[in-house]
Design a protein around this ligand. Sequence first.
Ligand code: ARG
Length: 573
Amino acid sequence: MQKTLIETLQAFVNAAFSRAGYDTKFAAVRVSDRPDLADFQCNGLMGVAKSQKMNPMDAGAAVMEALDLEGLFEADFVKPGFLNFKATDEALRKLVAASVDDPRALAGTDERKKFMVDYGGPNLAKEMHVGHLRSAIVGHGLINLLEFAGHDVVSDVHLGDWGLQLGQLITQIEDVRPDLFEDEVNAPITMLDLQEWYPAASAKSKADEAFRDKARVATSALQAGDARYMRLWQRIVDVSIASLRRDYNRLGCEFTYFYGESRYQDMLGPLVKSLEDSGTAEPSEGAIVVHLQEDKKLPPLMLRNSNGGYGYGATDLATIVDRLDTDKPDYILYVVDARQKMHFQQVFLGMEKTGLLGDTTLEHTAFGTVNGTDGKPFKTREGGVMRLHDLMEEMHAAARARLEEMGKLDGAELEKTAEQIAIAAIKFGELSHDRESNYIFDMEQFLQFEGKTGPYIQYTCVRIASLMENASAAGLTPATFTEVTDGARSLVLTLDEFPAKLARAVDTRKPSNMAMHVYNLANATNSFYQSNRVLADGVDASVAASHLGLLAAAKGQLELGLKLLGIEVPAKM
Ligand code: ARG
């Protein structure tokens, strides 16, 4: 594997610090914040001077003396104690040569671990809405990044297919469509039906006590395996899963397992019983709970409520036990709304108390809220919850209109490109934000071909591809990168940052680090391209070929970065 410039430099600087007799903890090198003066810098000499009670200038002189940079960097030592480094043209050429051969050449692999990514998490009998988008996009991006970094990943959607909402739905169906309970009836149930019944059911449950009681009884009957209810439930599950899979496919999301909460129902009784036997769980006011903290800052984890029903917490415990049993992951990541923070604190602590967890680490990979341009939680124009499906359709229509205006494409090609742009706009809109912060879903802004958007980066790739085609028609092909101009230098230094940004995205579980890198790279590529013309009059053919060589490396890394974010590059746009 090819080392990056910064890694190579770090090794040189470490060696010099050691030779001079200084602790290498002071030797850290980073990208310079004054690119006009240097490419990299090391600020550790002040630390050395302090710990050795000496003048930083003397420490600097000793390090300078001990440095062997093998002709790849030039060093400069400035007051009051900074080391500045500039990569030589030779070093830049070598780096580009390696990344042209293989855009992956720079990417390191971590120690291989096994991850279970729990993401998506939609609830059955409701359509996915924009809130579920975050989990889908962040989760899918993380899976790509983890796999690329060399880890094994399995994933599960953890479908909300059980519990009270289903009891409410069934009660509503008993009221409005009792015919659906008859054995021989095979009248189809559609998502449209469910969309109508579910909100009605939850509204009635709020307003009408008799309905609420009936729904509770129906839920218990379902959980006890009532055959009539189970048949209807299965039909609801089937239509819902088909619809969910369609939306997820469109987003490119894949799941190893498409399990639902219902899968764990038979495990709950025995699990809770064994936890009671071992003293981990205790009765409390008719319920069974796990006490978590002496000071009661965190409420106990409820396993069974006083009606004998098992809830979300017990299901999550059983799910963990099942995952430990089958996949034995080193990490389980829950890509779930930050508003469930307390739930996961309770489940994680409860799981630790069972003593069954072993070496597996549980993490809540939390995300904030998606707001509309009015700053309030995202809604349709009519004020309802925007369904994910409608959102994608709207984005697609807007992208299509844009392409029609541009007039370069038509027919099937236009449709396909509109879809690629729409999905890129949605995904990059998400991924350009830190998952922990809230963001504004601004359809119009996300679709711009300029600025921090998916279409802008796609467009950058398309432009380079078309430049290469034109160059090739003019008899020019990419050659070894030799011409280290100013724009070239900053583009190569940006390419060099890929592995560090990948590592950061993986370590922090934040694909936004990769998204920002891809955006910076698109900017560096565009500025290079503007100040280093390939096809203009008077450009020497060998210079043009070198520029094309660097552009090929940039294009390779841009496409790789986009692929890791789940974004496709159109052939034309
Ligand atoms: N269905 C849940 C919701 O919409 C999310 C499930 C997350 N995963 C989990 N294992 N609890 O809130």
